[in-house]
Design a binder for this molecule. Structure first.
Ligand code: FES
Length: 316
């Protein structure tokens, strides 16, 4: 089962951070230190109804006594955010997996941090880390209105930090931001897919490296993962072997044997179902792993992945 790093944490405090954005502070039940984390890390939170949702850690990496996450109430969501907003959670114990990090801050000569709305959350600890390390950086943080932009008061003040509210200042000119960034700067971004796609184009045009975290699927992956040659999957820990047919979804076959496997998006963008590959060659269809991680083939997102080899052995 993919329950590694599972822990039960207590929600100690909830605070309003902006219109529709609530932060939660989580602590261990016994008051002890929590596992450490690095900027870009997130938690998988199992909300009371059993849904699993991912939230970036946006507190202080040096503070092991608590985690902070922020939740935007999304009317279009599939239930997780509304449930967190509407349930009296303070004092409740919830199941949490992680921290895990698919969006690590790598060393660079300079950074450009671009946030759209609640996308500020993974970037906030990155800004603090760049500040501590004395690395040059700039922040471009866009939102619908100033009132909707959480944590803006926690960002450093200066010309290198720009808050752009759409209702008064329009949308950030990301093409110019990227074009004018210093040679060798790496762009880190989190926000809506439209913003990230525009940024990807701008970065490609001037050869800037871009690392991004998406809120949702980019529309690729899941459909592509639906079919392919059939193969066998051995679930080493349970001892079962399942056959995945040409038009089967591997996840469905696995869930028949491992019904407790944690999943969330089932579209290859959240990382909840990440599973260790023990043998065989995975065929990746997720939007999380980078080229290097894919090449090593050590883990895969089993919700959309398949197998290039006739047999895949998973640590399940
Ligand atoms: S469940 Fe989200 S990546 Fe698999």
């Amino acid at each position: 089962m993919t329950t590694e790093n599972a822990q039960r944490l207590v929600i100690r405090r909830a605070s309003w951070e902006a219109d529709g954005v609530m932060s939660l502070e989580l602590v261990s039940a016994d008051g002890g230190d929590l596992p450490g984390w690095e900027p870009g890390a997130h938690l998988d939170i199992v909300v009371p109804s059993g849904l699993v949702r991912q939230y970036s850690l946006c507190g202080d990496t040096a503070d092991r006594s608590r985690y902070r996450i922020a939740v935007l109430r999304e009317p279009e969501s599939r239930g997780g955010s509304a449930e967190i907003h509407d349930t009296a959670l303070i004092g409740r114990t919830i199941e949490v997996r992680g921290p895990r990090n698919h969006f690590p801050l790598e060393p660079a000569v300079a950074y450009v941090f671009v946030a759209g709305g609640i996308g500020i959350t993974p970037l906030l600890p990155m800004v603090a880390a760049a500040e501590r390390a004395g690395v040059a950086y700039q922040v471009v943080y866009g939102g619908r209105s100033l009132a909707s932009m959480a944590f803006r008061d926690e960002l450093p003040v200066g010309a290198h930090v720009r808050l752009i509210a759409e209702d008064t200042g329009g949308r950030p000119d990301l093409a110019t931001v990227v074009k004018e960034s210093p040679e060798g700067a790496v762009v880190y971004a989190c926000g809506p897919n439209g913003m990230l796609d525009a940024l990807a184009e701008a970065c490609e045009r001037v050869g800037r490296e871009l690392r991004l975290e998406r809120f949702g699927s980019d529309g690729e992956g899941a459909a592509e993962a639906a079919t392919g040659a059939s193969f066998e999957v051995e679930l080493r820990r349970t001892g079962a072997v399942v056959r995945v047919g040409e038009s089967d979804r591997m996840l469905d076959r696995i869930l028949e044997t491992c019904p407790d496997l944690m999943t969330s998006c089932e579209e290859g963008f959240c990382g909840t179902c990440e599973t260790t590959v023990l043998e065989g060659i995975p065929e990746h269809h997720d939007t999380i792993l980078n080229e290097k991680e894919r090449a090593t083939g050590k883990t895969m997102m089993v919700c959309v992945g398949r197998s290039k080899s006739s047999r895949l052995v998973l640590d399940l």
